[in-house]
Design a protein around this ligand. Structure first.
Ligand SMILES: Nc1ncnc2c1ncn2[C@@H]1O[C@H](COP(=O)(O)OP(=O)(O)OP(=O)(O)O)[C@@H](O)[C@H]1O
Ligand SMILES: [Mg+2]
Length: 484
């Protein structure tokens, strides 16, 4: 109702009211009926603030009977504390629509909107005010703000944990071979190209993938790592692409977001990509090319935006030649190719890695232990078929099991302390003398052969020695085989 409108005119405009004769009484009857049917709290005063009508819920709202309110002024009611402050009083003085909050007797928050109604001469005739209890809404609002603050706090926390889960500066290297790798990593990190990391198990492919992510513009986004060999083939598809609710028996009834969608805005690492079944290779290729996925059991395309890093310890190019891996997918994932050299190819990294892991595990277990120079020499000489992971495991075990403060060669696993004649570099001449050295080599060969062939007959055959000699040597070098 705006300035200049009259109630009579408003009612006339209403189609349902066209038959109403304009007699004042009849109008009043309809008017009263309308007000009685209103479930919200309504109060009408005349232009001087005298209450002329209230709706049935007024009493419940303000705790005062209708008949006790009618005829009183809003100024009196305000003074008695029925409502505070009176909005109507303000509308009367300002002659415009006002919305504000009030407190009622029970200290509830009430939202009131009061509107002036003028007669044709522009004189204030009525003030109509609507009230609503917003205590609950305010309570929810407060809770909502509280939750919003919590979400904000958790987001900050989550990002912090993410950063911690991907430590920034712990790729350790010194060798030129690794310097080249790190150089490539630095150069391609911020180019959004797909990267293929190749190298033996344990050389640090996963770690370098994290390093790439960390150095890229996507570092604030998620880093999702999935091992294609570790997940059963029938689950891999729904893990990667997600599924709709009820897509298959045993599926979560709410459906599931796939890892590709989870990697949105970040990096997806497909580890052991050579193990991806051919059917999924096609689906992956499509997802990479078209940048959307369709969930299992679904039809709607879902946009995905991730940087793909693939890793493999298999010769993927050969797989592609042999038809074990889709060629088109191979070209797609192999835009940038990084071969991570085995630890044996980068001997210069071993000493810095020993220091790194010693510090790391010493801190983890709250101890202060060091490797003796001789023990270090053994570690440097060893061939490390399990690469950095094996080195890390050996150091952790030695730290935990060694009693003294200095770790000696005796504290290391036998295969490491045994001089490895097959991989020893020319420079590595041990000071113990030839006989001790030959015995070690012999012992190592016998142990390996016995482990591999299981019987002295077979050992004799493969090592081209007589069976009694094999028997004797197994007894000599394998402690618990003294009855061999
Ligand atoms: N240069 C390095 N500096 C420090 N730690 C390293 C380095 N390289 C590897 N590591 C550590 O060695 C372990 C094995 O590395 P990672 O898991 O990255 O190897 P991987 O090549 O991915 O192995 P897999 O083929 O089995 O997946 C990890 O604990 C990693 O943190
Ligand atoms: Mg890995």
């Amino acid at each position: 109702m705006n300035r200049g409108h009259t109630i009579e005119k408003d009612i006339e405009r209403n189609g349902a009211m066209t038959n109403v004769k304009n007699s004042n009484d009849e109008l009043k009857n309809y008017f009263n009926e309308i007000i009685d049917s209103i479930s919200e709290d309504l109060l009408i005063s005349d232009g001087k603030g005298v209450v002329v009508r209230v709706s049935p819920s007024f009493e419940e709202f303000y705790g005062i009977e209708e008949k006790k309110a009618i005829g009183r002024t809003v100024y009196e009611l305000e003074e008695e504390g029925v409502f505070k402050p009176s909005v109507i009083a303000r509308v009367i003085s300002r002659k415009e629509k006002i919305t504000m909050t009030q407190k009622d007797r029970r200290n509830r928050d009430i939202l009131v909107t009061a509107t002036p109604v003028f007669d044709e001469a522009g004189k204030l005739k009525f003030v109509v005010s609507f009230s609503r209890d917003i205590t609950e809404m305010n309570r929810l609002q407060k809770r909502y703000s509280g939750l919003e603050r919590k979400v904000e706090k958790y987001t900050v926390e989550l990002n912090r944990l993410r950063r911690e889960a991907i430590p920034e500066k712990n790729v350790i290297w010194k060798s030129t071979a690794m310097e080249k790798v790190m150089d490539t990593i630095r150069r391609v990190a911020d180019v959004d190209a797909n990267v293929l990391l190749l190298g033996e198990s344990g050389v640090g492919k996963t770690m370098l993938a994290k390093e790439l992510h960390q150095r890229s513009s996507r570092s604030e986004g998620p880093f999702i790592d999935i091992n294609c060999a570790a997940i059963p083939e029938n689950l891999l598809e729904s893990e990667l692409f997600g599924y709709e609710k009820g897509a298959f028996t045993g599926a979560d009834s709410r459906g599931k977001t796939g890892l590709m969608k989870l990697a949105d805005g970040g990096t997806l690492l497909l580890d052991e990509i050579s193990e991806l079944p051919l059917t999924l290779q096609g689906k992956l290729l499509k997802a990479i090319q078209e940048k959307f996925v369709i969930r299992v059991g679904g039809t709607t395309p879902i946009d995905v935006d991730f940087r793909l890093i693939s890793a493999s310890n298999r010769p993927l190019d050969q797989y592609a030649e042999e038809g074990k891996f889709r060629k088109d997918l191979y070209y797609r994932v192999n835009v940038v190719n990084i071969r991570v050299p085995s630890l044996a190819e980068r001997e210069n990294d071993i000493i810095p890695l020993i220091s790194h892991f010693t510090d790391m595990f010493a801190e983890k277990y709250g101890m202060d232990k060091q490797f003796s120079p001789k023990a270090k020499e053994c570690l440097v000489r060893y061939s490390w078929p399990g690469n950095v992971r094996e080195l890390s495991n050996v150091i952790e075990r030695a730290l935990v099991t060694c009693d003294g403060e200095t770790i000696q060669p005796e504290d290391l696993p036998e295969e490491i302390t045994t001089y490895d004649a097959f991989t020893a570099s020319e420079a590595a001449i041990p000071e113990e003398g030839l006989n001790v050295l030959l015995e070690r080599v012999e012992g190592a060969v016998i142990r390996r052969a016995y482990k591999k062939y299981g019987t002295t007959v077979s050992v004799a055959k493969h090592l081209k020695i007589s069976q009694p000699t094999a028997y004797r040597k197994v007894r000599k070098y394998i402690e618990n085989q003294s009855n061999a």
